[in-house]
Design a binder for this molecule. Structure first.
Ligand SMILES: [Zn+2]
Length: 499
């Protein structure tokens, strides 16, 4: 009797469980919020999907890059920031000889720390004090010595060692007035955060080998008018240094904005669309067929986003399609002006109470750039995003040179480019996207060809690019093609017919 009594109960329980399972499955499939720029949840969903794709071999990761990402340590970043803050001020005009206070103390401490990093590199990393006299300028009342700390990790592939990637942060700081050399200017976020990220990357990456050369740099004079970075960029230009990409990390310290938004999973990457050094001929071509969204800096931003999604899927690279924020500037600018691809990394929501402010409490509000407002784990994640992209660039081949698109009237698209010179090159890929898409959406491997025709796809309807791939699967940045001048026919002028 007991069993017949229990039977309807058991049936009810089964139906209940089954309904619950269907409900759970339904919610998992359709219940997710739509991805939105402000919502960090899609990043976590993406992280789960990426982990699954890596396990199934759909996404290939270079194990060396995964190790570098794992070894970056938030505790080292915190220690560096606290040490830099302990120098009281790092104003560019402050004392250069006091061992405890001022920019000179910060300079010497950083130099020693980079040398410690270099000691683990097997002689591949060298550290240099690049000192120069800055003449009088708007924010420099008298000629002042400035010193860039430059740690160069030499590439190990002879064909690639002259290809250089630069990652930078500025170690100077300021309070209300840029020329006040006496006030306390802790600069824990602006820009001890960027400086600490660069030092931590140098410490980790010095132990690894890369085909191309990486320069880890910290500079003064940013608040005085981008002076340290300008000197380095100008010097590089004069010496024909092949800088393929430059990253500046400036204000990457806090995950909490002045607007009250807490977001520890987003970093903004600013890239300019129209190159600062665009020529008149390039402008004419761009006005005719577009390209304002395809500068080398924009390709660099896309590369950083793609690489970050592969190695650090919980972190979102928020591409901002402008050179910098309103009324602000950064150390990537002197590089852009000299024709180098460059981007700026900055936290998603800034707090202006903690930038360029004298340390004080006013109406119960704490002003000043103090370490208590930094999020060291967040800074470590931004450093990881940098490091993954830098490592991928320096392990991979150069972007293809002299990439052209044939301009004859055709419904096919013909691309051609020069051969890369790396011995471990595997071949090339054509990438494309809809003209309104933000990132490259499609790719096709075309082997070791130097010309390729996309049949049935008109150059009028898509944007195309070419990238190189090596035998380990490392990919280069994308090169955006220039229009190949049309050969004039005997009875026709070279100019396009007006139709
Ligand atoms: Zn700054």
């Amino acid at each position: 009797m007991r069993s017949t009594d229990a039977w309807p109960f058991r049936l009810t329980a089964h139906v209940f469980l089954l309904t619950l399972l269907i409900l759970v499955a339904f919610v998992r499939e359709f219940g997710q919020t739509r991805p939105s720029e402000a919502n960090p949840r899609p990043a976590r969903t993406k992280a789960v999907k990426t982990r699954r794709a890596v396990r199934r071999g759909i996404i290939a990761r270079n194990p060396q890059i995964s190790k570098i990402v794992a070894e970056i340590d938030a505790r080292n970043i915190e220690n560096t920031i606290r040490k830099l803050v302990s120098f009281g001020t790092r104003n560019t005009l402050s004392d250069q000889n006091d061992p405890n206070r001022g920019i000179g103390a910060a300079r010497d401490w950083l130099y020693a720390e980079f040398q410690k990093a270099a000691a683990a590199s097997g002689g591949r990393m060298t550290v240099e004090k690049q000192t120069f006299e800055q003449p009088k300028a708007a924010r420099v009342p008298q000629p002042t010595m400035l010193t860039n700390i430059v740690a160069t990790l030499k590439g190990t592939q002879p064909e690639s060692a002259n290809r250089v990637y630069v990652v930078s942060g500025h170690y100077d700081s300021m309070c209300n007035s840029p020329t006040d050399a006496k006030c306390d200017a802790p600069g824990a976020n602006d820009d001890a955060s960027g400086t600490a990220a660069v030092l931590e990357m140098a410490r980790v990456m010095a132990r690894y080998k890369f085909d191309a050369t990486i320069i880890f740099m910290t500079v003064p004079g940013e608040e005085q008018g981008l002076l340290g970075a300008t000197y380095f960029a100008e010097n590089s230009k004069k010496n024909n240094v092949n800088i393929e990409a430059m990253f500046t990390n400036d204000i990457i310290g806090s995950s909490l904005g002045g607007n009250g938004v807490r977001d520890a999973h987003t970093v903004r990457v600013f890239s300019e669309g129209v190159p600062s050094n665009e020529t008149t001929a390039e402008a004419t071509s761009r006005r005719s067929v577009g390209g304002e969204n395809d500068s080398a800096s924009r390709q660099l931003a896309r590369f950083i986003k793609e690489t970050s999604e592969r190695y650090l899927p919980s972190m979102k690279v928020w591409m901002i399609y402008r050179r910098d924020r309103y009324g602000r500037g950064g150390d990537h600018q002197p590089f852009l002006e000299r024709g180098y691809a460059a981007v700026r990394f900055t936290e998603p929501n800034e707090d202006y109470h903690h930038q360029h402010q004298n340390v004080r409490v006013e109406n119960g509000v704490q002003y000043g750039d103090l370490p208590q407002f930094d999020d060291f784990k967040y800074i470590a994640d931004v450093a990881r995003t940098n490091a993954a992209a830098l490592a991928a660039l320096a392990l991979g081949p150069a972007r293809p040179a002299n990439v052209f698109i044939a301009t004859g009237l055709s419904n096919d698209t013909e691309l051609k480019w020069d051969a890369n010179k790396e011995p471990d090159l595997a071949g090339y890929e054509i990438v494309w996207r809809d003209t309104t898409a933000a990132t490259w959406t499609n790719s096709r491997s075309v082997g070791n060809a130097l010309t390729y025709t996309m049949k049935g796809m008109s150059k009028d309807n898509y944007f195309f690019g070419v990238r190189a791939v090596d035998k380990e699967g490392n990919r280069s940045q994308v090169s955006y093609p220039r229009p190949l001048p049309r050969a004039p026919r005997a009875n026709q002028p070279a100019a396009a017919p007006p139709d």
